[in-house]
Design a protein around this ligand. Structure first.
Ligand code: SF4
Length: 298
């Protein structure tokens, strides 16, 4: 099922140390009419919509956007969010009544100190956790995202345990994309990917053992030994991106492979060369290709 990722604008009530959209914040939010045009335009090709930002839930017309997507006939309506607004049960009920079918809140820490440090927003951990609890109490489908950075990678198993306890349906660990704030703060934010990998595996295993659907994004196969089936890129649905930004594309898959990710001369000798996208290209630009070792014989 193809889906459209609608970037609704760049305003946000968090201010994450690793925000990839930080450079776009001055562009503000898009108008309702502008977004409506994209929703109508993509409907003939897409059955699902994902609202992203910035933070779509802080828009005054948030419920109207969700209602419009439902009226247009989108079968799945996913809200990608920092989760804070869902700390209000009433807000959750209204969003579900408007037509949202899936919620993708971001949880970056196992405790308030860690999460709030990364979001630079005091109180955000408690709100996001409450949001997940509220959504689950209403029977909503919750798939979380955790950005893997220097200050949280050793705690990924604890984050996984918390997500299992919160009864999230699915969780993803996404190796940080060094763009925006993450590029500016590279040395403080981006860990060695080969050091983060074992902790990602431990966290994934906790989810697997609990019967959860789990995945890891932006992790090449050579760093996913034993967890190859959990590489996110093989299950990300075909997606187009609409947002009046340079990220607009008819194929996120193609854009990622051709512009976003990096491969290396040694990849030619790797049995995963055909299906592996490699790491985000900014990573080896700073830290080189030495951590990526070809697997098996061709
Ligand atoms: S060596 Fe290259 S192709 Fe093989 S898994 Fe690593 S990054 Fe992917």
């Amino acid at each position: 099922m193809k889906r459209v990722d609608i970037k609704t604008g760049f305003l946000c009530n968090n201010n994450c140390l690793f925000c990839v959209q930080a450079d776009n914040k001055l562009k503000g939010n898009r108008s309702f009419e502008d977004i409506k045009e994209d929703l109508i335009g993509s409907k003939e090709r897409c059955e699902g919509v994902v609202f992203t930002g910035g933070e779509v839930t802080i828009r005054k017309d948030f419920f109207d956007l969700v209602k419009l997507a439902k009226e247009l006939g989108y079968k799945t309506i996913q809200i990608q969010t920092n989760g804070r607004m869902f700390a209000s049960l009433d807000f959750c009920k209204k969003t579900i009544a408007a037509g949202a079918t899936e919620f993708s809140p971001a949880l970056h820490g196992y405790c308030k100190e860690q999460h709030d440090y990364l979001t630079r927003s005091p109180g955000s951990f408690n709100q996001t956790v409450k949001g997940i609890k509220n959504l689950k109490s209403l029977g909503a489908y919750v798939l979380t995202n955790t950005v893997v950075v220097r200050s949280n990678y050793t705690n990924l198993p604890q984050i996984a345990r918390l997500l299992v306890k919160l009864n999230a349906d699915q969780f993803q660990f996404a190796f940080v994309h060094p763009m925006g704030n993450a590029w500016k703060n590279f040395n403080n934010i981006v860990p060695r990917i080969s050091l983060a990998a074992p902790y990602m595996h431990k966290g994934l295993q906790i989810g697997i053992d609990a019967g959860k659907r789990v995945m890891a994004e932006a992790m090449p196969y050579c760093l996913m030994h034993g967890y190859e089936d959990y590489v996110a890129e093989i299950v990300i649905p075909e997606t187009e991106i609409r947002g009046k930004t340079s990220q607009n594309t008819d194929s996120f898959d193609k854009q990622r492979k051709e512009q976003g990710k990096a491969k290396f001369p040694q990849c030619k000798k790797c049995k995963y060369d055909n299906i592996c996208e490699g790491p985000w290209r900014e990573y080896p630009e700073k830290l080189g290709p030495a951590e990526f070792h070809p697997i098996g014989d061709m």
